[in-house]
Structures are given as C-alpha cells and as structure tokens.
Design a protein around this ligand. Sequence first.
Ligand code: PLP
Length: 385
Amino acid sequence: MKVPFVDLKLQHRRIKDEIMHLVEEVIDNTQFVGGQKVSLFEETFSRYCGTRYAVGVNSGTDALRFALLASGLKPGDEVITTPNTFIATTEAISQAGGKIIFVDINESNASIDIELLENEIKNRINNGHPVKAIVPVHLYGFVSDMDAILNIARKYNLIVIEDACQAHGAQYIGNNDSLKNKKAGSMGLAGCFSFYPGKNLGSCGEGGAVTTNDDNLAKTIKMIRDHGQSQKYYHDMEGYNGRLHAIQAGILTIKLKYLDEWNDKRRHHAEFYDRHFANIPEVNVVKDPPWSKGVYHLYIIKVKNRDRLQKWLNEKEIGTGLHYPVPLHLQKAYQHLGYKEGDFPISENHAKQILSLPMFPELTEEQIFYVVTMIKDFIKDNKLS
Ligand SMILES: *Cc1c(COP(=O)(O)O)cnc(C)c1O
C-alpha cells in the first residue's frame, strides 16, 4: 500500500467542475486581480471567521507582513514569537521593521510557553526595551493559549497578531466565556491566513488574508496591498504588490463550503491515530490542548530515532514530513541574531523528535491502519530504543 503525505488530487477531483466553471467565468469577464470575486470571498471568509473584515492578499507571508506594518510597528520595535514555526512568521517581523525576539515553546503543546513569555516581556520592559507585539502561532492547527496571551498583552499594552496560517476554522473552547468558540484569527488585533495549496483551505496557487475587527487596520492593509493607493494613481504611502487574484478568490469561495467537513475528517483521522498510539509508549503524540478545537493541519508524533523511523516509513512508501527540522534561532539566516544551540532547549528537542504523519481529509482508515502497523513493526524490531 502507498500512503502519500498529502494528496491534493483527490480534493480537486470532487470540485473540479465547479472550479472550471469559475475559471471560465473569470476569463470571460477579465477581472483578474481584485474585483467582485475577491470582495465576495472577503465577505464570506470574514463571516466564517467571525470578524468584521477579511482582506485578501497574495500570501500568508504578505498577511503577516501587512498586518504588522499596518499596526504601526516602528523600526526596532520588538516582536515576540517562538523559534518553532515556519520562517515566514519571522520574515514578516523583520521585513516590517521589527526586531525578532524568541520565546521557547511549552513541551506539551509546542506553542509559546506562557510563563517564559511573561518573564521575557517583564524583563525587557523593565530594561527599557520597546516591546510592541506578540505573534502567537496556531501551529499544526491547534489554537494557542489565547486567554493567557491576551491577558499578558493587556497587562503590558502589547498588540497580538495571530499567525493562523495553519489553523483555518480552529476554535478556542477554553474557560474564558468571552473567547468561547471564537475562531483562530478572530481574537487578536489581526489574524493572518495562508491559502497555499496544502493548507486546510488552499487556493490553486498563492493567496492569503488578514482578518480583523479594526476599521483602520483593514483600510490600511487594503492600501498596503495595492501600492499605497487611496484611489488609482494617488499614493498615500509606499505599499506592495500583494493583491489576491480573482481566480484564487473564486476557488477559495468554492472550497470554503467544504472546509468544516474537511476539518471534521482531519479530526476524525487524528482520533483514529490517537487510539492506536495510546498503547504504544514509544510514540508520543503532540495533542490538541484542552482549550483548543484544532483542525489538524498536521499530525505529529515524537519518537527517539526519528530519522531511522522516517527512513523505514519511506521504504514502506509512507510519506512523512518534518515541521520543522531546524528551529529558527539556529538557521543560517538568523546567525546575526547571535543565538546558539541550547538557547531554546524545548524547541531544539522537539525538532529532533518530531515526525509528521500522513494527514489529509481523503485519507482512509485502511491507510492510517497501515501507517500505524508499520510503526509498530519498526518498534517490535527494537529499532526505537
Ligand atoms: C504557510 C505558513 C506561512 C506562510 O504562508 P505563505 O502563504 O506560504 O506565505 C506562515 N506561517 C505559518 C505557520 C505557515 O504554516
């Protein structure tokens, strides 16, 4: 049996007719960039997320960068996130003029550690640092501890920009009544989404969106994505070319109808994996935390001898991934920040042990069972000790 890590063909087979019809429509009307298809998607997606606005942009990276720029970040302002994320999170911080500050993750949920976060902020502010923002990352599709993060932000007067690029439709279900059932991307000042093809909601190219309830932020981001224009050829500021394409927006509006169903299937697959791994002490599952109804963009296990297990699964034609193999503070791109091995030990240990297993809505129980069986075989041969 072959089990790919993701299979986008199956998703598109089912909705191909709808998509082809949309593509034809846009080719006939030639409104290729922005326009009515984009506004319609923005309305639909903001309603889905429970925010007043969604502003379509060209990628998740644009969404993060534009949200930070529009929030009034000044050069040198400090922005806090974790080293356990995709580099787009920190690229956006630097490219918006901010200074990246890392705080380690909590081992149990792989998201920013609340105690370390508050300590770091307190120390920095006491030493006169210009701490401005926190960028929590809802990694793997799990909602970060937003109740605690928003409390800290209020206490120290910081803004919160959510990286929801892996968390379309994930919900906060913790004890805070005012956050109850809120969607990822609707709790901070802004939420940033990617519609890269492999995401839970993916376009057939590139795409992104910023969600917010803030009138000014939405207005500014609309200007930034379009060369700072307030009207055609009248530029209030320098901006970017970061607009969403009409065909992608149309495709996203079609796919959004299926997102809840796809997310339910992902959660169902995760439960199936969980049940099997519950009896295997050598396999630790990175679990959706209690305050989160996550959307399992990825399904992650932690094991010793990860590299050997990955190779073994590869030989059995099972696709796997590493999200992510090198924490950001140890990347060559960030040498100049002067971090070294040992600075964020939990992220470093996490990176050495994680393995992402096949996860996509169309996965079958038979396939999951095969993956689990192959992992059991590997363990039986004592290869994990
Ligand atoms: C995908 C992703 C991004 C970037 O999105 P793009 O659309 O590829 O620019 C940012 N942050 C996280 C956590 C992501 O997974």
